[in-house]
Design a protein. Structure first.
Length: 247
């Protein structure tokens, strides 16, 4: 039976699903609450995704998720035509929606390991954010684990990219699962670099700055390492780490 999505104003867990990587939960915060201000595409309600008890993201803002895409495109050589984009993590859909709204992107692939998250976009409340982007002929959803995907050395030209925009954790130092830590290790960053075409850009979202990760990017052979920040209501700013694979 398909899950029933509650649309009342009461705080509610819409679906709780046990997957191969643990529990994922979709929750709806009530309309009119302080948290729901700026909900945008999902109306007054705010939807949030929680994995193994760890808050991942919600639909209350989305500025930093959009910055992830915009900053990567801006960092590419201006002569690059129809650059191919890989988005790591479908999340609440803001990054995908931003990418699909930009005609300069070519192929757009989104890697998402949780079938529940994919379902919430295809047949649930998150379709309000992503339906148009998912219908875009440039878009492809890859139901697989991002860490395994980037490390797969059997990939072909169709699976290399001009930009990798990764947002699967709360940052390199705050991962959702222990296995995700391998993505930010020397071997993981080398695999990301190998997935990029020459001159390609790696962009990694983080809930806080990480000078140590910037140094790890340099040690992995990336150039032009920098961060872009976006202020949040409380606490340290969200950050997008940017790095370039040399030509």
């Amino acid at each position: 039976m398909s899950p029933q999505y509650d649309t009342t104003d009461a705080p509610v867990t819409l679906e709780r699903r046990e997957g191969p990587y643990g529990e994922v939960v979709l929750r709806r915060r009530p309309a009119g609450s302080a948290a729901s201000k700026g909900a945008g595409a999902t109306g007054d309600a705010v939807y949030e995704i929680i994995a193994n008890g760890c808050f991942l993201m919600d639909t209350s803002d989305g500025r930093s998720e959009r910055l992830l895409i915009d900053a990567a495109l801006a960092a590419l050589p201006p002569e690059r035509q129809a650059p191919a984009l890989l988005i790591g993590g479908l999340g609440v859909g803001f990054s995908l929606a931003r990418a699909a709204a930009e005609p300069r992107w070519g192929r757009i692939a989104v890697v998402e390991r949780e079938q529940a998250v994919i379902d919430w976009h295809l047949a649930g409340p998150l379709a309000a954010v992503s339906a148009e982007a998912l219908a875009d002929p440039r878009t492809e959803i890859l139901h697989t684990d991002l860490v395994a995907y980037v490390r797969d050395t059997s990939h072909t030209r169709d699976h290399t990219y001009d930009a990798l925009c990764l947002d699967i954790d709360n940052g390199p130092e705050w991962t959702v699962t222990e296995e995700n830590g391998g993505l930010y290790s020397p071997a993981g960053l080398a695999a990301c670099r190998a997935r990029l075409n020459p001159g390609g850009v790696l962009a990694v979202w983080s809930a806080q700055p990480s000078p140590a990760f910037d140094e790890a990017l340099r040690n992995a052979g990336f150039t032009g390492v920098r961060t872009e920040e976006i202020a949040v209501a409380r606490g340290v700013p969200d950050v997008v780490h940017l790095a370039v694979r040399g030509a």
